[in-house]
Design a binder for this molecule. Sequence first.
Ligand SMILES: Nc1ncnc2c1ncn2[C@@H]1O[C@H](COP(=O)(O)OP(=O)(O)O)[C@@H](O)[C@H]1O
Ligand SMILES: [Mg+2]
Length: 233
Amino acid sequence: MSLLTLNGLRGGYSEVDIIKGIDLHVAPGEIVTIAGTNGAGKSTLVKALLGLLPRVEGEVVLDGKSLTRLGAEDRFYAGLAYVPQVANVFPSLTVRENLQVVRGVKNLKVRMDEVLVNFPVLQERLGQRASALSGGERQQLAFARALMPSPRLMVLDEPTAALAPSLVGKVFDMVKALPAAGVAVLMVEQRARQALEISQQGYILDQGACVLSGRASELLADERMAQLYLGSH
Ligand SMILES: Nc1ncnc2c1ncn2[C@@H]1O[C@H](COP(=O)(O)OP(=O)(O)O)[C@@H](O)[C@H]1O
Ligand SMILES: [Mg+2]
């Protein structure tokens, strides 16, 4: 059973194909990592999935429903949540306002309480501006915002890239907690080893194509891949 299916996804920003026919699956409750070198096309693949790439061929299916002909807004309402790497909260709004302005949330007050149970730090800072939060707290707020509409799948593009090393583990802990809340995860990560350690499946992209995929545990044990793509950390 598949929550998300990408079938032959191909496209780019102009007539040149940046992603060259990607097949990918995410099962319900899974964490799936996309890794690969800089410029491999990971962010472009994420844009294609979200409906943000100018030219795409292939198929995107979420929960049995084809999203292929839908724009980004309708994909959001269909259950795709996205946390951008930067600019993922409104700095001048308070924590409470950041959660209140998320669109598509039924029963705002109840849902806010449900989400905040897992983010006690935010609960204590509801009245503070997001600009006053630390980097780690801001990332928590970005996650909490993404969870407000009860998405089926959370899409993360390098969630640890802009963070101090001491916060990286905390972000992976947040990611790890999502399946228990009914949210599957598709995550692009430079820290491929750490990401695969909390994932069930992994896909390695190179020059817009998938060059390796499989169970995360098998990828982690693959000597050749370790040398090529995983780095030493
Ligand atoms: N907005 C854009 N317009 C044109 N080309 C782009 C754009 N964004 C990325 N690219 C190109 O697409 C390729 C893949 O980039 P990207 O998907 O960002 O890779 P990754 O996320 O794996 O580092 C690169 O060659 C990059 O120059
Ligand atoms: Mg990228």
